[in-house]
Design a protein around this ligand. Sequence first.
Ligand code: SAM
Length: 293
Amino acid sequence: MTSSPPGAFTRDIPFSDADFRAIAQLAQQRFGLSLAESKKPLVYSRLSRRLKSRQVGSFTDYLTLLERSEEEAERLELISALTTNVTSFFREKHHFDTLTQRLAEGLAERASSGQRVRIWSAGCSSGQEPYSIAMTVLEAVPEAARKDLRILATDIDPKIVHKARDGVYSAEDVAGIPAPMRGKWTKATDASGKTYRVTQALKDLITFNELNLMVEWPFRGPFDAIFCRNVAIYFDQETQRRLWQRFSAMLNPDGLLFIGHSERVTGQALKTLTGFGITSYRKARTNVPPALQ
Ligand SMILES: C[S@@+](CC[C@H](N)C(=O)[O-])C[C@H]1O[C@@H](n2cnc3c(N)ncnc32)[C@H](O)[C@@H]1O
């Protein structure tokens, strides 16, 4: 543990090591989050705001409150407080270049001929990731909305899913969209040009839903591509290994998995997923180990 010297930060609500461990255990069990001891000051600073807003005087009382069945909204506030929603349009652009290439190599043709194509943005935050996917898809398959091509976008945090569904972003946010696409797929909400709304054509391709990746998923896929980037980084190693395995099982043969720049697929999933490029993986076509294909 990196223990802070006494008085390194002041706490107006007592926060013992036992309180921290209890919060960390709850976060691990419910959301798969792994909170290192070094996160203690951050956890305090974020959660003490929740205690104040709920007028709860101690972390013990807050933990008791979180156990109540009617406190689902507070449990979701907890995960909002413990994770970050940082995201951007076309983040790690090479993943979108790979998707463009895959579309050109047959996926677009499959969609155009009416076959089922599915893409999942798992941990979509405020929507920049699925909208970037939708722009990439519509550049390759302009008629996608009339075909059986759909994007599923999910996140555990209901507030962020609401924002994603809304699709309104600041001028700074949309500056990350390559210029020709920006004019085509976003429109200023008023004459000030301070905020932009993504077009209905993008929204028509995407279904937004709340989903905790730790629970059973209410769909069977299969998907042709899964983006789960900068999400598993919060999970412990065992939870990550299980997640990669579950994603692999959800992918079509030749399906793609894109993960965050500091993440790596580990464990059993490597029997079916082959790495290529930066943080991109492809599902094997058969059960034959990738090395023998
Ligand atoms: C840093 S953002 C990543 C957004 C986007 N994928 C990207 O790379 O730009 C991480 C997101 O993961 C979500 N998240 C964290 N734990 C989750 C869980 N157990 N199930 C689903 N989403 C989760 C958070 O709510 C947050 O929106």
